[in-house]
Design a protein around this ligand. Structure first.
Ligand code: ADE
Length: 214
């Protein structure tokens, strides 16, 4: 499953992709990450990527040419790539969607993630997107953090990435509604706070019942 992230801030996403589960996924060959610097596709000697809006107004908009060029380049690198645009106007990202993408990714789909930009982009860029994704009803400075949320939530669902195969199944939101049961580790008592007796009982039936109830 190849994830290509197109961004003006590669230094923001690179370190996260080489840490923890994402690093593990790429070490195991289960996912591959490539970061494309949008600036490399910019126009002219100054590698221009944005311009002022027609009709006037504040700010600069990402231009079509560099983005189309970057997406076309990325598509040539990995077949069957779907383009994801991160935008607060997109569909709200949810666990069930991450699971669907993880499944489609295992059947050969790859992803190109186009990070939006706080001042906006030329509307024609929307024609490139197969999916528009928002991670919540708030506006971030750019699409880099949402892109990482998107990638992380999918990659950890690829079989073999998480330690125990069950981990992704029993945790919060896996069935779309319930939250994970409370968990404890040593010591059995800490500053007067005790681990529930049932968890120390060794009675697996009772433990399973308690976990279900919680
Ligand atoms: N870009 C800025 N804010 C965003 C959000 N909430 N979700 C996705 N992309 C964004």
């Amino acid at each position: 499953m190849v994830f290509q992230i197109i961004t003006l801030f590669p230094e923001m996403v690179g370190p996260v992709l080489s840490t923890s589960m994402m690093w593990k996924a790429s070490e195991k060959g289960l996912a591959e990450f490539r970061v494309l610097n949008l600036r490399d596709f910019g126009l002219g000697p100054r590698h221009q990527v944005d311009d002022t809006p027609y009709g006037g107004g504040d700010g600069m908009l990402l231009m079509c040419e560099p983005i189309f060029a970057a997406v076309e380049y990325a598509k040539a690198q990995a077949t069957n790539s779907k383009v994801i645009l991160t935008t607060p106007k997109g569909s709200r990202w949810q666990q069930g969607m991450a699971a669907e993408f993880a499944e489609r990714g295992q059947s050969g789909e790859n992803y190109i993630i186009l990070c939006g930009h706080y001042e906006g982009f030329d509307e024609r860029i929307l024609t490139l997107a197969d999916h528009q994704v928002s991670i919540g009803d708030y506006v971030l400075t750019g699409g880099e953090l949402p892109a990482l949320v998107f990638v992380d939530s999918i990659v950890r669902l690829i079989p073999g990435v998480l330690g125990g195969e069950q981990s992704a199944q029993i945790e919060s939101f896996s069935d779309g509604k319930t939250l994970e049961f409370p968990q404890y580790t040593r010591p059995a008592e800490f500053r007067g706070m005790k681990v529930p007796d049932v968890l120390l009982s060794g009675n697996h039936g009772e433990i399973a019942k308690w976990r279900k109830e919680h």
